[in-house]
Design a protein around this ligand. Structure first.
Ligand code: FJE
Ligand code: FE
Length: 305
């Protein structure tokens, strides 16, 4: 009931009793090479994994043919690909194939194993890819896809704020995505001069990633904190009601994603695209991949077209 009352409060423009989390770290996502000739801005990497459990990686990608992410494996986590411009075609070793375009989301549970390619469709292809860890009892589940086209994603607008609810709930609307690790993934656009107060469960880890902002526009946590520019990850401390955000630009919209999740609290051992709990499990995964076992049966035969 208390949670419900708070939600109502967060939806209204008055915010007298809303206590925002504060910003504990900012990380500028530097350019780096990944895949085959592709360039990504990596906002979350190993150094943020403890602070941001269950999140393992956030890449803002920009890729043009012939560059891309050709055949590679994953095990032990989920990848969420959100296209901002252009399109990405994926093909996997089980015959799954499809293209997602601007505004579409692919929520892929790699589970025990996927081998796939992710290649650009158009001249300019941009988006975000988030990696979410799975708990030890879900790392070896069957792979699964949830694909949402732009029109399937619930949207709401209120007081100059638009939200697309990719996972979780905001402004009283809910995403159809099933999150094995409880996750909130919201895409906000704030008109100049507008503000939001978004509830987040107290124990969840949370961050924002600024996609675009006018000079001095993006203000997080408290209205007098220093503004954040585009391509920065903003890590919030836990506790309190959620996060407050202001667009202080007088002319430009502010667009950012707000992502939060329930921490898993287990050891993380990562070897590139394999994420398990122990080194022994990583050694086993490398062996499974090499010999085509325990979910990687098709590894020896399959190549993308
Ligand atoms: C990867 C090789 C890869 N960031 N952002 C090794 F190709 C990849 C990989 C990606 C990726 C794909 C898309 Cl569509 C967007 C990405 C990395 O596929 F993660 C590792 N470790
Ligand atoms: Fe991949």
């Amino acid at each position: 009931m208390r949670r419900f009352i708070r939600n109502i409060k967060s939806m209204s423009s008055s915010s007298q009793n809303f206590v925002s989390r504060s910003v504990i770290k900012k990380v500028f996502a530097k350019l780096q090479k990944e895949g085959d000739g592709a360039v990504v801005r990596r906002g979350i990497s190993r150094s943020e994994q403890k602070l941001l459990d269950p999140f393992l990686m956030l890449d803002e990608f920009s890729v043009s043919p012939p560059a891309g992410f050709p055949d590679h494996p994953h095990r032990g986590f989920e990848t969420v690909t959100y296209v901002l411009e252009g399109g990405i075609t994926h093909q996997d070793f089980k015959g799954h194939k499809g293209t997602i375009y601007a505004g579409d989301v692919q929520w892929m549970t790699a589970g025990r194993g996927i081998i796939h390619s992710e290649m650009p469709e158009e001249e300019v292809n941009k988006g975000l890819q988030l990696w979410i860890n799975l708990s030890s009892n879900e790392k070896m589940i069957e792979p699964n896809y949830q694909e949402l086209s732009n029109s399937d994603i619930p949207k709401a607008e209120e007081n100059g704020v638009q939200v697309k609810v990719i996972a979780g709930e905001s402004m009283g609307i809910q995403s159809p995505v099933y999150t094995r690790t409880p996750t909130m993934f919201l895409d906000f656009t704030l008109d100049p001069g507008s503000q939001i107060h978004q509830n987040i469960p107290e124990s969840w880890n949370a961050f924002a990633y600024v996609i675009e902002s006018g000079e001095g526009g993006a203000v997080f946590g408290s209205s007098n904190s220093s503004p954040v520019s585009a391509h920065n990850v903003v890590v919030f401390g836990t506790g309190n009601d959620g996060v407050s955000v202001w667009n202080k630009s007088s002319s430009k919209k502010l667009r950012f994603v707000l992502i939060a999740g329930e921490p898993i609290g287990e050891p993380v051992v990562q070897y590139g695209p394999f994420v398990m709990n122990t080194q022994a499990e990583i050694d086993m995964t490398i062996e499974d991949y090499h010999y085509g076992k325990n979910g990687f049966e098709m590894a020896k035969y399959w190549r993308s077209q």
